[in-house]
Design a protein around this ligand. Sequence first.
Ligand code: 13P
Ligand code: SF4
Length: 299
Amino acid sequence: MQIQAAIAEMKKRENAVILAHYYVPDEVQAAADYVGDSYYLAKAAMAAEAETIVFCGVHFMGESAKILNPSKRVLMPELSADCPMAHMADRRQIEKLRAETDSLAVVCYINSTAELKALSDVTVTSSNAVKIVRSLKEKNILFIPDANLGSFVAEKVPEKNFYFSGGYCPVHASLLAADVAAEKAAHPGAEVLTHPECTEGVRALSDFIGSTADIIRRAGESGAESFIVCTEPGVLYELRTRYPSKRFIPVSMACADMKKNTLEALYACLAEGKGEVRMGEEEMNAARRPLERMLELAK
Ligand code: 13P
Ligand code: SF4
């Protein structure tokens, strides 16, 4: 039996739903019931009715699914798939700034551990960060962990004062403005579509900045016929499927952790119940409020 058919059979047997991020391998996106950006997947996980949620992504995504829908069994094809940026903030910095600063909100990118979320007032994703930060009553914002997304939000919300923890996505931060400039010179007329985890230098060369889902939407709405894509190349699978007559030029390296989600690992996790996300009640309860607040404010 083909592995795709075996996965479909196991999914039925286990009463499971498969969620996948746009950065996982193409064939895993094709096997999933729901594919999307972090915000869409958090909502899909919370609404899931199946007994088991299989989350093809990185660890913070499985954790968020468990926190938002705790009665479900959450499995991940590869539990070691972890976003390095999720750890790039420090409890002491947060506590010190809270003690020293009036009117401070700690805003935490969803790419973060449950521990960091629990120390925060609200979480955000790349698709709702500007809207949520703008809506907060506090004047001062400590934005953790991604300083690149944070500086993008700061540009859009100049009325607030920002502090950063200095974290970054190693994939997006290694995408060089010089490489984007070279692709622009080689493809005049191509539109540059960029994820806000990229550096300021790359963002300055871009025509459009948004989450993976925003980038996909923009490519459909734009009159351009070719696009330089400044985000993880997994997104090209959806772009090429939806818009076969348009041309997409990748410039980013791949995210090694997202690529751990192979079809074989997906099958094994369903067949053997491997890779369950386990969290303590207290840990989940502490991180739930900032996630739920995001869902309320992003509506
Ligand atoms: P989005 O899914 O919000 O576009 O974020 C991309 C990302 O890096 C997820 O790890
Ligand atoms: Fe983390 Fe970057 Fe990989 Fe997204 S692309 S999971 S932010 S390392």
